[in-house]
Ligand binder design. Structure first.
Ligand code: GLV
Ligand code: MN
Ligand code: MN
Length: 449
């Protein structure tokens, strides 16, 4: 498959210390390989949820690409995919430099959120080899499972399990909307979930982690720069609200004799906007609302909705959720409905490792890097989007993993939508920058924090 693609070279020549011809597909070519997989004809964009046919096809694609590069591939106990470049003269006890992202999507998502980081990791291997870089430690490429939480409701599930932020019991209790458990879903695709759970040995092998991601905002477009380094990630969490009322006939039930669960549900939507808008850097969204049974001429008997809440820290995020919940309880009482609220996920705020961040920025603002990536400046950008990198950075207990992120310009500034975009040249600049960073880390290692 690779041999049949047109060969491209990175802008300004190969990264790293040596020369050499860069062969193989560019980052955008690799991304185009995925364009036919998981298209959602109903919603638009892509729906690639954990263990669906589409996501399994993407996994197969990654295994084939990694194998074609001579990398050894394995699936860890939490369904994360790994590909390893361990040069013969590198000691197995050396901690690895790890890069990667995810291949799953939100429902009707864009082509870049996740896959850009994965294809850039593969492209970086090609660039490093063409540049003659000789790693002194292993390079790991990882595809984290269920980053979006699109099937089982917990975002960054694969990295959370790896890091020990989600327990085995919590994972085994997860079910999708059809009632299929995580273990059953794994078994259906031939994966063994019996060893699911925290993986401290694997965590201990990670010396540092660098994730490249499409920017999910307008920071770079407005600055006129192609690349940024991440500074921080908002705290984020998900709460499920179940309102119960009385299912009935839309025509035969007088308006004053109803217990319609969609009434308090609507109050949550409005309260989310009101409370978040009144705060500083708060976000609250109801993006999923399911009335049951869901008929046009039926007063619903129950309604499930999910609140996605984010803020500068968990305390302020929780306070916002409490305020919204109070509004929900009051509205439920007025309508004569019941309400159950449960927290489904929580990820703390993260400020990425300052030493690694500055090391990367210094490298990417060097003359050599500027020539290769077209960056004049590499700004620091905060993000409200969640990432596996943030989960590794906030891993509980043990040794914190120095973690960093690179962002690639998104001309629309839109994400979690088919409108998400990155230009081919910027994708290649991102891969070239990632290769430079990995090359430095593979040879010199991360400076101690
Ligand atoms: C993932 O992209 C999230 O921020 O929810
Ligand atoms: Mn996403
Ligand atoms: Mn993502």
């Amino acid at each position: 498959m690779i041999a049949s693609r047109e060969e491209t070279s990175s802008p300004g020549g190969p990264p790293g210390n040596g020369g050499g011809t860069v062969t193989g597909p560019g980052a955008a070519d690799l991304l185009r390989d995925l364009a036919g997989t998981g298209r959602d004809l109903r919603r638009g964009g892509f729906s690639r949820h954990m263990f669906t046919d589409a996501e399994m096809a993407l996994r197969e694609w990654f295994v084939a690409e990694a194998s074609a590069r001579g990398l050894s591939v394995e699936v860890d106990r939490n369904a994360n995919l790994w590909a390893w470049w361990v040069p013969a003269d590198v000691g197995l006890t050396e901690r690895a430099v790890v890069t990667g992202s995810h291949l799953d999507s939100v429902p009707g998502g864009g082509a870049f959120d996740g896959p850009l980081g994965v294809v850039s990791a593969l492209r970086a291997v090609d660039l490093l080899r063409a540049a003659g870089v000789r790693p002194r430690r292993p390079l790991g490429l990882v595809v984290f499972a269920e980053e979006e939480g699109g099937r089982f409701g917990v975002p960054c599930l694969g990295s959370r399990l790896l890091a020990g932020s989600t327990s085995r019991a919590e994972a085994l209790a997860l079910r999708d909307l059809d009632g299929v458990s995580l273990a059953e879903a794994a078994a259906r695709v031939g994966l063994d979930a019996s060893r699911i759970g925290p993986d401290p040995e694997r965590m201990d092998r990670i010396g540092c982690f660098v994730e490249l991601h499409v920017e999910q905002g307008r920071g770079l477009v407005d600055l006129g720069e192609p690349l940024a380094v991440a500074s921080s990630v908002l705290a984020n969490g998900r709460w499920g609200f179940r309102f119960t009322g009385e299912g009935n006939h839309a025509g035969a039930t007088p308006m004053d004799s109803r217990a319609d669960p969609l009434l308090p549900a609507a109050h949550v939507v409005l309260a989310a906007r009101r409370v978040a808008a009144a705060g500083d850097s708060l976000r609250a969204t109801v993006g999923k609302l399911i009335p049951r049974p869901g008929g046009t001429n039926v007063v619903a008997s129950s309604a499930d909705l999910w609140l996605d809440a984010r803020g500068p820290d968990m305390q302020r995020t929780r306070r916002m959720v409490e305020e919204i919940t109070t509004a929900a309880r009051e509205a439920a009482e007025v309508e004569g409905c019941g309400l159950e609220v449960r927290q489904e996920a929580a990820n703390t705020e993260v400020h990425f490792d300052a030493v690694l961040r500055d090391q990367i920025r210094d490298l990417l603002t060097s003359r050599e890097a500027q020539a290769r990536t077209g960056s004049r400046d590499v700004p620091l950008l905060a993000t409200g989007a969640g990432h596996d990198a943030a989960v590794l950075a906030a891993a509980p207990g043990g040794r914190p993993v120095p973690t960093a992120m690179l962002f690639v310009r998104n001309p629309t500034g839109v994400s979690h939508s088919p409108a998400e975009h990155a230009e081919d040249d910027d994708c290649e600049r991102g891969a070239a920058a990632l290769a430079l960073v990995l090359g430095r880390l593979l040879v010199e290692g991360a400076q101690p924090s």
